[in-house]
Design a protein around this ligand. Structure first.
Ligand code: AMP
Length: 293
Protein backbone atom coordinates (compact mmCIF):
# COMPACT_ATOMS: atom_id res chain seq x y z
CA UNK A 1 0.00 0.00 0.00
CA UNK A 2 2.98 2.30 0.47
CA UNK A 3 3.21 2.42 -3.34
CA UNK A 4 -0.05 4.39 -3.39
CA UNK A 5 1.70 7.08 -1.41
CA UNK A 6 3.56 9.64 -3.42
CA UNK A 7 6.95 10.68 -2.07
CA UNK A 8 7.65 14.25 -3.13
CA UNK A 9 10.99 16.01 -2.86
CA UNK A 10 10.13 19.57 -1.95
CA UNK A 11 13.26 21.61 -1.17
CA UNK A 12 11.12 24.73 -0.54
CA UNK A 13 10.01 23.13 2.74
CA UNK A 14 13.51 23.57 4.11
CA UNK A 15 13.02 27.37 3.73
CA UNK A 16 9.59 27.45 5.31
CA UNK A 17 9.58 29.59 8.49
CA UNK A 18 9.31 27.62 11.74
CA UNK A 19 6.51 28.33 14.21
CA UNK A 20 7.55 30.61 17.11
CA UNK A 21 8.33 28.69 20.35
CA UNK A 22 5.21 28.34 22.51
CA UNK A 23 7.13 29.21 25.69
CA UNK A 24 10.27 31.11 26.61
CA UNK A 25 11.15 34.77 27.14
CA UNK A 26 8.76 37.36 25.69
CA UNK A 27 9.95 38.40 22.23
CA UNK A 28 8.66 40.91 19.72
CA UNK A 29 5.54 39.89 17.77
CA UNK A 30 6.52 37.33 15.09
CA UNK A 31 6.11 38.38 11.45
CA UNK A 32 2.68 37.42 10.10
CA UNK A 33 2.96 36.86 6.30
CA UNK A 34 -0.83 36.88 5.99
CA UNK A 35 -1.50 40.19 7.76
CA UNK A 36 -0.59 42.28 4.73
CA UNK A 37 0.15 39.94 1.85
CA UNK A 38 2.18 41.62 -0.93
CA UNK A 39 0.13 42.58 -4.01
CA UNK A 40 2.24 40.34 -6.25
CA UNK A 41 1.10 37.29 -4.22
CA UNK A 42 -2.52 38.38 -3.81
CA UNK A 43 -5.00 36.77 -6.21
CA UNK A 44 -8.42 38.15 -5.17
CA UNK A 45 -10.97 38.22 -2.35
CA UNK A 46 -13.25 35.22 -1.89
CA UNK A 47 -16.44 36.62 -0.39
CA UNK A 48 -16.33 39.26 2.34
CA UNK A 49 -14.14 37.33 4.78
CA UNK A 50 -11.33 35.61 2.87
CA UNK A 51 -8.52 36.38 0.42
CA UNK A 52 -6.76 34.01 -1.95
CA UNK A 53 -2.97 34.43 -2.10
CA UNK A 54 -0.10 32.54 -3.72
CA UNK A 55 2.23 30.64 -1.45
CA UNK A 56 5.74 32.09 -1.40
CA UNK A 57 7.03 28.60 -0.50
CA UNK A 58 4.95 26.62 -2.98
CA UNK A 59 5.32 22.83 -2.79
CA UNK A 60 3.86 22.52 -6.31
CA UNK A 61 3.20 25.29 -8.88
CA UNK A 62 -0.03 27.24 -8.20
CA UNK A 63 -0.02 26.33 -4.49
CA UNK A 64 -2.50 28.87 -3.13
CA UNK A 65 -3.52 29.87 0.39
CA UNK A 66 -6.96 31.01 1.46
CA UNK A 67 -6.50 33.37 4.39
CA UNK A 68 -9.02 35.14 6.57
CA UNK A 69 -8.96 38.81 5.52
CA UNK A 70 -8.69 39.87 9.15
CA UNK A 71 -6.77 37.88 11.76
CA UNK A 72 -8.47 34.80 13.15
CA UNK A 73 -6.61 32.12 15.10
CA UNK A 74 -5.58 28.98 13.24
CA UNK A 75 -6.05 27.06 16.48
CA UNK A 76 -9.75 27.91 16.81
CA UNK A 77 -12.42 25.68 15.35
CA UNK A 78 -13.33 26.51 11.77
CA UNK A 79 -16.45 28.53 11.03
CA UNK A 80 -19.04 27.93 8.35
CA UNK A 81 -17.64 30.74 6.17
CA UNK A 82 -14.10 29.23 6.22
CA UNK A 83 -15.48 25.97 4.85
CA UNK A 84 -17.82 27.68 2.39
CA UNK A 85 -14.99 29.85 0.95
CA UNK A 86 -12.82 26.74 0.56
CA UNK A 87 -15.59 24.79 -1.13
CA UNK A 88 -16.28 27.77 -3.45
CA UNK A 89 -12.64 27.66 -4.63
CA UNK A 90 -12.77 23.89 -5.16
CA UNK A 91 -16.04 24.17 -7.06
CA UNK A 92 -14.93 27.11 -9.21
CA UNK A 93 -11.71 25.31 -10.15
CA UNK A 94 -13.68 22.23 -11.16
CA UNK A 95 -16.33 24.18 -13.08
CA UNK A 96 -13.88 26.35 -15.01
CA UNK A 97 -13.57 24.37 -18.20
CA UNK A 98 -11.96 26.10 -21.14
CA UNK A 99 -12.22 24.69 -24.63
CA UNK A 100 -9.93 21.75 -25.20
CA UNK A 101 -8.93 21.47 -21.52
CA UNK A 102 -9.82 18.69 -19.08
CA UNK A 103 -11.63 19.22 -15.80
CA UNK A 104 -9.21 19.77 -12.97
CA UNK A 105 -9.56 19.41 -9.23
CA UNK A 106 -8.23 21.14 -6.15
CA UNK A 107 -7.13 19.42 -2.95
CA UNK A 108 -7.62 21.64 0.11
CA UNK A 109 -6.01 21.04 3.50
CA UNK A 110 -5.86 22.64 6.92
CA UNK A 111 -3.28 22.04 9.65
CA UNK A 112 -4.31 22.71 13.24
CA UNK A 113 -2.25 22.22 16.37
CA UNK A 114 1.29 21.40 17.40
CA UNK A 115 1.39 17.89 15.88
CA UNK A 116 -0.31 18.82 12.59
CA UNK A 117 2.62 20.37 10.71
CA UNK A 118 1.22 23.90 11.15
CA UNK A 119 3.50 26.95 11.37
CA UNK A 120 1.41 30.11 10.92
CA UNK A 121 -1.08 31.29 13.58
CA UNK A 122 -3.22 33.33 11.13
CA UNK A 123 -6.09 31.13 9.90
CA UNK A 124 -5.47 29.73 6.44
CA UNK A 125 -6.51 26.81 4.28
CA UNK A 126 -4.12 25.59 1.57
CA UNK A 127 -5.11 24.66 -1.99
CA UNK A 128 -3.15 22.42 -4.35
CA UNK A 129 -4.07 21.64 -7.96
CA UNK A 130 -4.24 17.83 -8.20
CA UNK A 131 -2.81 17.92 -11.73
CA UNK A 132 0.32 19.69 -10.44
CA UNK A 133 0.72 16.97 -7.79
CA UNK A 134 0.78 14.41 -10.62
CA UNK A 135 3.54 16.24 -12.49
CA UNK A 136 6.74 14.25 -12.51
CA UNK A 137 5.16 10.95 -11.45
CA UNK A 138 5.76 7.85 -13.59
CA UNK A 139 3.25 7.44 -16.45
CA UNK A 140 1.71 10.82 -15.76
CA UNK A 141 0.70 9.74 -12.26
CA UNK A 142 -1.91 7.18 -13.38
CA UNK A 143 -1.17 4.92 -10.39
CA UNK A 144 -1.78 7.69 -7.85
CA UNK A 145 -5.03 9.34 -6.80
CA UNK A 146 -5.97 11.63 -3.93
CA UNK A 147 -6.15 9.54 -0.73
CA UNK A 148 -9.02 11.60 0.75
CA UNK A 149 -11.29 10.46 -2.10
CA UNK A 150 -10.24 6.84 -1.66
CA UNK A 151 -11.09 6.81 2.06
CA UNK A 152 -14.85 6.64 1.44
CA UNK A 153 -14.49 3.00 0.43
CA UNK A 154 -13.52 1.31 3.72
CA UNK A 155 -12.93 -2.13 2.22
CA UNK A 156 -10.71 -1.09 -0.68
CA UNK A 157 -7.02 -1.82 -0.18
CA UNK A 158 -6.27 1.67 -1.46
CA UNK A 159 -8.11 3.21 1.52
CA UNK A 160 -6.01 1.42 4.14
CA UNK A 161 -3.65 3.70 6.01
CA UNK A 162 -2.05 3.10 9.42
CA UNK A 163 -3.72 6.12 11.08
CA UNK A 164 -7.37 6.81 11.84
CA UNK A 165 -9.31 9.07 9.49
CA UNK A 166 -12.94 10.20 9.57
CA UNK A 167 -14.63 10.96 6.31
CA UNK A 168 -18.00 12.02 4.93
CA UNK A 169 -19.12 12.47 1.36
CA UNK A 170 -20.24 15.94 0.26
CA UNK A 171 -23.33 16.49 -1.83
CA UNK A 172 -22.89 18.54 -4.98
CA UNK A 173 -23.55 22.20 -4.23
CA UNK A 174 -23.38 21.64 -0.45
CA UNK A 175 -24.07 24.88 1.47
CA UNK A 176 -22.11 26.54 4.28
CA UNK A 177 -24.27 25.27 7.17
CA UNK A 178 -24.14 21.66 5.96
CA UNK A 179 -20.37 21.87 5.49
CA UNK A 180 -20.10 23.18 9.05
CA UNK A 181 -22.30 20.36 10.36
CA UNK A 182 -20.13 17.76 8.56
CA UNK A 183 -16.99 19.37 10.01
CA UNK A 184 -18.36 19.35 13.56
CA UNK A 185 -19.41 15.70 13.28
CA UNK A 186 -15.98 14.65 11.97
CA UNK A 187 -14.17 16.74 14.58
CA UNK A 188 -16.28 15.24 17.37
CA UNK A 189 -15.47 11.70 16.15
CA UNK A 190 -11.77 12.57 15.93
CA UNK A 191 -11.85 13.83 19.55
CA UNK A 192 -13.54 10.59 20.65
CA UNK A 193 -10.85 8.54 18.88
CA UNK A 194 -8.13 10.63 20.51
CA UNK A 195 -9.94 10.31 23.84
CA UNK A 196 -9.87 14.07 24.38
CA UNK A 197 -12.42 16.44 25.88
CA UNK A 198 -15.50 14.45 24.95
CA UNK A 199 -16.85 13.98 28.50
CA UNK A 200 -17.21 17.76 28.85
CA UNK A 201 -20.12 17.92 26.41
CA UNK A 202 -20.53 19.55 23.01
CA UNK A 203 -20.59 23.09 24.37
CA UNK A 204 -16.98 22.87 25.59
CA UNK A 205 -15.81 20.65 22.73
CA UNK A 206 -17.09 22.77 19.86
CA UNK A 207 -16.10 26.22 21.15
CA UNK A 208 -12.83 28.17 20.95
CA UNK A 209 -9.53 26.37 20.54
CA UNK A 210 -9.42 22.87 19.08
CA UNK A 211 -8.91 20.25 21.77
CA UNK A 212 -6.79 18.06 19.49
CA UNK A 213 -4.19 18.48 16.78
CA UNK A 214 -5.69 17.50 13.45
CA UNK A 215 -5.52 17.80 9.67
CA UNK A 216 -8.59 18.45 7.58
CA UNK A 217 -8.81 17.76 3.86
CA UNK A 218 -11.52 18.71 1.43
CA UNK A 219 -12.13 17.86 -2.20
CA UNK A 220 -15.22 18.40 -4.34
CA UNK A 221 -16.57 15.09 -3.03
CA UNK A 222 -15.36 14.54 0.55
CA UNK A 223 -14.30 16.08 3.83
CA UNK A 224 -11.82 14.18 6.01
CA UNK A 225 -10.37 14.77 9.48
CA UNK A 226 -7.32 12.97 10.82
CA UNK A 227 -6.45 13.39 14.52
CA UNK A 228 -2.69 13.86 15.00
CA UNK A 229 -0.46 12.84 17.90
CA UNK A 230 2.98 13.40 16.33
CA UNK A 231 4.38 15.49 13.48
CA UNK A 232 6.45 12.66 12.01
CA UNK A 233 9.58 10.67 12.68
CA UNK A 234 13.29 10.29 12.05
CA UNK A 235 14.45 9.03 8.65
CA UNK A 236 17.23 6.42 8.76
CA UNK A 237 19.44 5.51 5.78
CA UNK A 238 20.79 2.05 4.84
CA UNK A 239 23.83 2.57 7.04
CA UNK A 240 21.59 3.18 10.05
CA UNK A 241 22.38 6.91 10.12
CA UNK A 242 19.64 9.43 10.87
CA UNK A 243 19.46 11.68 7.80
CA UNK A 244 16.53 13.92 8.74
CA UNK A 245 13.00 14.19 10.06
CA UNK A 246 9.93 13.44 7.99
CA UNK A 247 7.27 15.98 9.00
CA UNK A 248 3.77 15.37 7.74
CA UNK A 249 1.00 17.91 7.41
CA UNK A 250 -2.42 17.81 5.75
CA UNK A 251 -0.86 16.80 2.44
CA UNK A 252 -0.69 13.32 3.97
CA UNK A 253 -4.44 13.15 3.29
CA UNK A 254 -3.70 13.60 -0.41
CA UNK A 255 -1.53 10.48 -0.15
CA UNK A 256 1.75 12.36 -0.30
CA UNK A 257 4.76 12.61 1.94
CA UNK A 258 6.98 15.64 1.43
CA UNK A 259 10.69 15.38 2.09
CA UNK A 260 13.06 18.32 2.45
CA UNK A 261 16.34 16.75 1.39
CA UNK A 262 17.68 14.32 -1.17
CA UNK A 263 19.10 12.10 1.59
CA UNK A 264 15.64 11.69 3.14
CA UNK A 265 14.19 11.07 -0.30
CA UNK A 266 16.75 8.35 -1.12
CA UNK A 267 16.35 6.66 2.28
CA UNK A 268 12.55 6.46 2.01
CA UNK A 269 12.46 5.59 -1.67
CA UNK A 270 14.66 2.56 -1.12
CA UNK A 271 12.78 1.51 2.04
CA UNK A 272 9.00 2.09 1.66
CA UNK A 273 8.36 0.07 4.85
CA UNK A 274 10.03 2.86 6.77
CA UNK A 275 7.57 5.38 5.35
CA UNK A 276 4.69 3.12 6.46
CA UNK A 277 6.18 2.86 9.97
CA UNK A 278 6.42 6.64 10.30
CA UNK A 279 2.84 7.02 9.02
CA UNK A 280 1.82 4.58 11.76
CA UNK A 281 3.14 6.97 14.42
CA UNK A 282 1.49 10.24 13.42
CA UNK A 283 -2.05 9.66 14.62
CA UNK A 284 -4.47 7.37 16.36
CA UNK A 285 -4.15 3.74 15.18
CA UNK A 286 -6.75 2.96 12.54
CA UNK A 287 -9.42 0.57 13.76
CA UNK A 288 -13.14 0.15 14.29
CA UNK A 289 -13.62 3.78 15.44
CA UNK A 290 -12.42 5.13 12.13
CA UNK A 291 -15.37 3.88 10.14
CA UNK A 292 -16.69 5.85 7.20
CA UNK A 293 -20.13 7.19 6.41
P1 AMP B 1 1.28 25.98 7.89
O1 AMP B 1 2.74 25.62 7.94
O2 AMP B 1 0.36 24.85 7.76
O3 AMP B 1 0.89 26.91 9.01
O4 AMP B 1 1.08 26.78 6.56
C1 AMP B 1 1.68 28.01 6.34
C2 AMP B 1 1.88 28.12 4.85
O5 AMP B 1 2.24 29.46 4.58
C3 AMP B 1 3.00 27.24 4.33
O6 AMP B 1 2.57 26.59 3.16
C4 AMP B 1 4.11 28.21 4.04
O7 AMP B 1 4.86 27.82 2.95
C5 AMP B 1 3.36 29.48 3.78
N1 AMP B 1 4.15 30.65 4.13
C6 AMP B 1 4.91 30.85 5.16
N2 AMP B 1 5.50 32.04 5.16
C7 AMP B 1 5.06 32.63 4.08
C8 AMP B 1 5.27 33.90 3.51
N3 AMP B 1 6.12 34.77 4.05
N4 AMP B 1 4.61 34.20 2.41
C9 AMP B 1 3.78 33.31 1.88
N5 AMP B 1 3.55 32.09 2.34
C10 AMP B 1 4.16 31.75 3.43
Amino acid sequence: MADQFQLRFSPSLANKPKPPPSSGPEKKKPFNPFENPPPQLTIFPIGPSHTLVLNKFAIVPEHAILITSTFKPQLHLLEADDLAATYACIRAYHDCLTEGSEREELFAFFNCGEHSGASQPHRHMQLLPVARMRDGLAEGGKAWSVLANRLVDPVADSSKVPFATFVEKLNEGVQAEELHAVYRRLYRRACTAANVGVGNGDEALLQGEAKISYNLAMTKDVMVICPRTAEGGAVIDREGQEVGMLSLNGTVLAGTALVKSEKEWDALRTDPEQLWEILGKIGVPSGPLSTKI
